[in-house]
Write a protein that binds this ligand. Structure first.
Ligand SMILES: [Zn+2]
Length: 317
């Protein structure tokens, strides 16, 4: 990978990865750059803010991956295993390089040079507003941006999600999951940052707006917003993937169904604390926010690609 692109990729990972928990939580999110026949992407199990130089990067023969995905002849019962195998086989070896993640499929399929995917809370709330009043949100987007937008109803991450990312829109809003930014220009992250602030203003989410412009430390944010007990809510797939790990930390309280993430555990498992803080914020801003359907959460933990990711995280935690 040329130095120019290596720097660009780590700069983008840093830019997105420092927006905790409003853009990214734990090791979620993924950014890629295409260079010739190669796709360079954050490696599975790494946090975006860990990507530096060659650390935390995977190299993928993405044209081979696209070729196989386009054949689309896997039978349902074998598709997830085949998809995990495809990711392993198209990840190219190299000194210090990692394994590509389960979301590499759509990074490979989208033709633009830059693809950034993360779990932006504003994008989750935008989809929530879309479900309530589609016409209002579409009209608002039309007035605010020239970028082509696409909406992907809630679905299983990994292979299924890759199959739903069609065309060459610039913004893909993923219901109960996050956003995909796609462009030949790396300025798209800034464009999204402007758009989501406008969304917070126009759709009355002042708390999220303040979080997007403030620079508080994670500890301050956790103390301010996540010390009250609340029910366990699965608002996006990573919560399902790591539910066992979070539940081990959560303590019961005297209020039925309400659980507490003790502040003393924040440093012990920062990734889970970030997921919990994001959950708390959504719950406080939007108590009727729809959870990921149980038919998705029940299978997402056992996807071969997710098992691999959890293993990777333990290995270098
Ligand atoms: Zn994701």
């Amino acid at each position: 990978m040329s130095e120019v692109f290596k720097n660009r990729l780590s700069q983008l990972c840093t830019k997105v990865g420092r927006q905790i928990p409003v853009w990214t939580q734990g090791a979620g999110g993924n950014i890629s750059i295409k260079e010739g026949n190669r796709l360079w992407i954050k490696a599975t199990g790494y946090r975006l803010d860990e990507v530096k130089g060659s650390v935390g990067i995977a190299q993928v023969d993405y044209k081979k991956m696209v070729e196989v995905l386009h054949q689309n002849d896997w039978i349902e019962s074998e598709a997830e295993e085949n998809y995990a195998k495809l990711i392993r086989e198209t990840t190219l070896p190299g000194l210090g390089l990692g394994l590509a993640s389960m979301e590499t499929g759509f990074h490979a399929l989208l033709p633009g040079k830059y693809v950034a995917h993360f779990h932006s809370l504003a994008s989750l709330l935008l989809y929530h507003e879309l479900a309530k009043d589609r016409a209002r949100v579409l009209k608002w987007l039309q007035q605010k941006t020239d970028l082509e937008c696409a909406f992907v109803p809630v679905c299983r991450p990994g292979w299924i999600l890759s199959g739903k990312i069609k065309g060459h829109a610039s913004l893909y809003f993923l219901e109960s999951h996050g956003i995909i930014l796609h462009s030949d220009k790396d300025s798209l992250v800034e464009e999204w940052a402007i758009l989501e602030k406008d969304f917070c203003k126009d759709f009355n989410y002042p708390l999220l707006y303040s979080l997007l412009i403030e620079t508080k430390t994670f500890t301050e944010l956790f103390q301010q917003f996540a010390t009250e007990p609340m029910p366990f809510k699965c608002y996006f797939p990573d919560i399902a993937v790591f539910s066992e790990r979070i539940e081990k930390i959560l303590e019961p309280t005297s209020t039925r169904d309400h659980l507490l993430f003790p502040f003393s555990a924040v440093d012990k498992d920062r990734d889970m604390a970030e997921l919990w803080l994001a959950t708390q914020l959504i719950f406080q801003m939007c108590p009727d926010f729809k959870e990921v359907p149980s038919e998705i959460t029940s299978v997402v933990r056992d996807l071969p690609t997710e098992k691999l990711r959890r293993q990777r995280e333990l290995n270098h935690a």
